[in-house]
Design a protein around this ligand. Structure first.
Ligand code: HEC
Length: 172
């Protein structure tokens, strides 16, 4: 009896934190929105060779978030190179989605399929809403994700003459 009680107590103590930890992680809300993309980019994010470009480990997906938001708002057409392969097709815009949905789906894509890029916030989408209705984008309208941003050559710090006080110091 005594032993059994001890045992129960021990299991209870041991089990409590484990249960809390094993709780299934909440599914990312972007996963549901991603259903909009699977017809073309596939559930795997691998696309269809020669037809639909991959999102998995795409330099575009892992590049500037601004590109991805603009693609959702305006669509994309014409030649684009993704992971060394050229595509030349059309992606219709998803401007009817809310800022939250666009942020969610892009965040989901940027953190799945082997991608590792920062989250996209609804505020970032809101800031680009003005793009809606503009002509469909081509890759040339986007920021080249392969372009290494060279740090600006360090300028010699200019020695400025101390500017004579323009205003006489106010006495306080
Ligand atoms: C009707 C098919 C279709 C749907 C639906 C679609 N796309 Fe695309 N997507 C394309 C095509 C085609 C291109 C390449 C366009 C081109 O050739 O200029 C593309 C390009 C892209 C690119 C840039 C290239 C790359 O592969 O990284 C991203 C990012 C992207 N799509 C994300 C999405 C997301 C996210 C969704 C869902 C919200 C989506 N697409 C829905 C067809 C589609």
């Amino acid at each position: 009896m005594k032993l059994a009680f001890k045992f129960t107590l021990l299991t209870a103590l041991a089990a409590t934190p484990a249960v809390a930890q094993e709780e299934a992680p909440k599914e990312h809300p972007g996963k549901a929105v991603y259903a909009t993309c699977t017809a073309c980019h596939q559930a795997t994010g691998l696309g269809l060779p020669g037809v639909f470009p991959p999102l998995a480990e795409s330099e575009w997906v892992n590049g500037p978030a601004e590109n991805l938001i603009r693609i959702q708002l305006r669509g994309l057409m014409g030649k684009i190179t993704v992971k060394g392969k050229e595509y030349n097709s059309v992606m219709p815009p998803n401007a009817a989605m809310t800022d939250q949905q666009i942020a969610d789906v892009l965040t989901y894509v940027r953190s799945n399929f082997g991608n590792k890029a920062e989250a996209v916030t609804p505020a970032m989408v809101t800031a680009l809403r003005g793009e809606v209705g503009k002509p469909m984008l081509t890759a040339a309208d986007l920021v080249d994700p392969n372009k290494k941003v060279e740090p600006a050559p360090a300028e010699e710090p200019k020695k400025e003459e101390p500017t004579p006080a323009a205003e006489p110091k106010k006495e306080e």
